[in-house]
Structure formats: structure tokens, C-alpha cells
Write a protein that binds this ligand. Structure first.
Ligand code: GAL
Length: 416
């Protein structure tokens, strides 16, 4: 057939409109169901579809991922794990030790992951020296989100220390607003507690007590001071906080019902979905007393061993796409985090992300880069569960700081 311009146009239109054959499929477990989270994960689905891999969504709602991890365990135990699951930090080692995870070194080697990832990230992705997981981002957890209009109307200023936080929160409350938007769920209580630990105790104390689990550091006046400040925050939380989801708390700051929220930068994804701009509509600053530090929370997908080569191929496509420049950019613009991949252009990211990128580099040189224990980056699931339980129990009681400390020490001693 003789080709002319018209047939060529028809042919190319067809080529673009006909979807690629979906020869393979990945089933992916995650807990990204809020507005910002869903927009982020949707992009991974799109990227995979464009590469001929279809996506079976295995979303288990519940911020922080506790529900998702429970469901994952029952699926894995019954011999039917998904292709990949959102698993982070030391848990990756626990799943690797149990023999569930697939080796994806061939993808990692072919795409130079060792040189494209900072060691603090790649170390977490490996089990016994081999890649078994791929990182999508680096979240900074120690953030304070504020509504500038609420601050103006209350005559309050953005707090830079925890003692100043108490002063400013009182002004916001006196002006008729909720000072601290908070969801009473164990992982959210632990997220705020973790910020107080870092702000009151500093990075060295944080690491000794909550990463090394040094008992004499845990049983100290500093821990008592941490519980004291944490207990003072009870008065700034509204009566409807029990059970509230974190993104609902963020919306209270977005709508000007509340002045502040202490939350990781996935909160920024919610501001973005609501079309709010940093500076004018909302402010991001490091949580009180933590400006030189960075509590990191790296989201990653760990890959499960597959029974057939088609599924392994699809899994490898997913691993490769996750570390592509385009995915790392778009996903993180939506998610509020910064790319895990080194050498990415900064231009399209906002000032919160720039602060985060700068703080990540600076804190890694000063010792202020610390793993988030509230988000499964620092200690085993057993220990983080013990911390969450104690912290929640304390926040919802009138226990004294010494009682809080003693309960924490016993719980950690029993779990470690
Ligand atoms: C974190 C997770 C984030 C985030 C948050 C709330 O543990 O790392 O990606 O979305 O939970 O669901």
C-alpha cells in the first residue's frame, strides 16, 4: 500500500489510541487513601499502565499503615502475598528474614541505584546486601503547619520552641480557635510526641533514647521534661479529636478552624489538593526546637517473591519506574515529600520542599538526621507498638510526667 499523509496520520492516531497490551499485572498494597496520597499513587498506576503493566489496587485505609500491615500479614501467611507492599524501615529486614522478599538486584544494578541513592536510603532498601525494595520519597516528619490568618487574628507568632508554643497556642485558643488540630489515633499521638522528644531533648538524646533504646537515657530528667511538655498539649486539642483522621485535622488548618498541626509533610499534599499556596494560605516551619534536625520517613515498596516469570517481569518494571526521574518528580510534588533519588532538579518544588532538601543535607552532616520512630523507621514493630501504646495512654489520661516515663521505660524493656 502506498503511504500518504492521510494514511500516516490515521496510522499514528491508531497507534496512540490503542492501549498497549496489558500482558502483566501488579497487585500493590498501600494505605494512601487521602486526597494528596491518592493523587500520588495514581501517578504510579499511570506510569505502569504506560509501560504495559496493569495495576490491581490493594488499598487498606488508615493513616500510618497499621491496618495495612495487619492485612498484609494475613495475606502473606496464607501464601498469597501481593506483588509489592508499602513496607518501610526495619520491617523490610523482618520480612526479608522470613524469606518473603524478592531480590531485585538486576534492576538496581542495570540502573545504578547505588550511585543514585544516598546511603541512608539505599541501606534501608537492602536485605543481606541485596535490594528487595525501592524508595519513592523522603518525608520529613518534624513539621508544624500553620494558618497565617488565624495567627494574625489571634495576635500570635509562629513558635520556635516548645515553651513558646504553649504561649502562642493560648493566644489562638483565647481568640476562639482550636490551637492544635489533632487526630486522637495512636500513631498521630506518637508523631506529636516524637516532635516533642526532638525539640526538648535534641538529636543526641533522641538517638540514644529512641533509636539505641538506652535505658538510662530513657529513664532521665530529659524524658520527664518531654512528658511534661507533651502533657501540656492536651489542653489545646478539641473534644472531637478521638479517632479523627490526620487529613481531617489538616483540613481544620486549611479551613481556618484551627491554628496549627504537627504532622509530616504528607500534610502538604492536602493543602495542594485544596489549591492552597505556601506563604499566603499556609506556612510550614520545622516543629518547635527542631530547625537543625530532620526526622526522616522513607516510603518504599518491598517486592514479594513471585511464582511465575511474567509476574517477576511486571515487578521489575515497577521497580524501574519508581526510580525514574519523571516519577520521582511528579509523585513527590503531589505527596509533599522530596525525591529519594539524588541530583533531581529543584525548580518545580516549593519552598517547603526546598527547606526539606536543605535540612536533609545539612542535618546529615551535623548528626541531626534521625529516623522517625513514630513511622517505623527506627525500631522494631514490637518496640514502636509499645511506644505508641504508652504515649496514647498518657495523652488520654492525667498521668504525671514521672508516671508516663516509668510506663514507657517498662513497655520498651518488655518489647525489645
Ligand atoms: C506515613 C507514610 C506516609 C503518609 C502517612 C499518613 O506512615 O509514610 O506516606 O502518607 O503515613 O498516611
Amino acid at each position: 500500500m502506498k503511504m500518504n499523509l492521510a494514511t500516516l496520520t490515521v496510522a499514528s492516531t491508531l497507534a496512540f489510541n490503542v492501549p498497549l497490551a496489558q500482558s502483566s499485572d501488579v497487585e500493590v498494597l498501600h494505605w494512601w487513601t487521602s486526597g494528596g496520597e491518592a493523587a500520588s499513587v495514581k501517578y504510579l498506576k499511570t506510569k505502569l499502565n504506560n509501560s504495559g503493566v496493569s495495576w490491581t489496587d490493594f488499598a487498606v485505609a488508615g493513616g500510618g499503615g497499621e491496618n495495612a500491615m495487619t492485612v498484609l500479614k494475613s495475606r502473606a501467611i496464607s501464601g498469597n502475598p501481593p506483588t509489592a507492599a508499602q513496607i518501610k524501615g526495619p520491617s523490610i529486614q523482618e520480612w526479608g528474614d522470613l524469606g518473603f522478599l524478592a531480590n531485585i538486584d538486576s534492576v538496581a544494578k542495570a540502573n545504578n541505584w547505588d550511585s543514585m541513592l544516598p546511603a541512608v536510603v539505599s541501606d534501608v532498601m537492602k536485605h543481606k546486601g541485596s535490594y528487595v525494595a525501592a524508595p519513592v520519597n523522603v518525608h520529613r516528619v518534624n513539621w508544624l503547619w500553620a494558618n497565617p490568618e488565624v495567627f494574625r487574628k489571634s495576635g500570635a507568632t509562629i513558635p520556635t520552641t516548645w515553651s513558646d508554643f504553649i504561649v502562642q497556642a493560648k493566644k489562638i485558643q483565647d481568640a476562639g480557635y482550636i490551637a492544635l488540630a489533632h487526630g486522637g489515633q495512636p500513631w498521630q499521638d506518637a508523631t506529636v510526641f516524637e516532635a516533642v522528644v526532638l525539640g526538648v531533648g535534641g538529636a543526641d538524646y533522641y538517638k540514644k533514647a529512641f533509636v539505641d533504646l538506652d535505658m538510662s537515657t530513657l529513664k532521665s530528667d530529659t524524658t520527664k521534661a518531654v512528658f511534661k511538655t507533651f502533657g501540656e498539649l492536651r489542653q489545646f486539642v478539641d473534644a472531637n479529636s478521638p479517632g479523627r483522621d490526620w487529613n481531617v485535622a489538616t483540613s481544620m488548618v486549611i479551613n481556618g478552624k484551627a491554628g496549627m498541626q504537627i504532622m509530616g509533610d504528607w500534610a502538604k499534599g492536602e493543602f495542594k489538593v485544596a489549591n492552597k499556596n505556601v506563604g499566603t494560605d499556609f506556612v510550614c516551619v520545622s516543629a518547635p526546637g527542631t530547625s537543625g534536625s530532620f526526622t526522616f520517613n522513607i516510603d518504599s515498596f518491598a517486592f514479594f517473591k513471585q511464582k511465575n516469570t511474567e509476574d517477576t517481569k511486571a515487578q521489575n518494571v515497577m521497580a524501574k519506574e519508581i526510580l525514574s526521574t519523571d516519577f520521582q518528580k511528579v509523585f513527590n510534588l503531589n505527596k509533599g515529600s522530596i525525591p529519594a533519588k539524588l541530583g533531581m532538579a529543584r525548580t518545580e518544588f516549593d519552598s517547603c520542599a526546598h527547606d526539606s532538601m536543605d535540612a536533609f543535607v545539612a542535618s546529615s552532616q551535623t548528626g541531626g538526621l534521625v529516623p522517625s520512630f513514630a513511622h517505623g523507621m527506627a525500631v522494631s514493630e514490637a518496640v514502636s507498638g509499645a511506644i505508641n501504646d504508652t504515649v496514647t495512654n498518657y495523652f488520654n489520661s492525667s498521668l504525671s510526667p514521672s508516671e508516663g516515663m516509668n510506663q514507657l521505660v517498662s513497655a520498651i524493656a518488655a518489647a525489645k
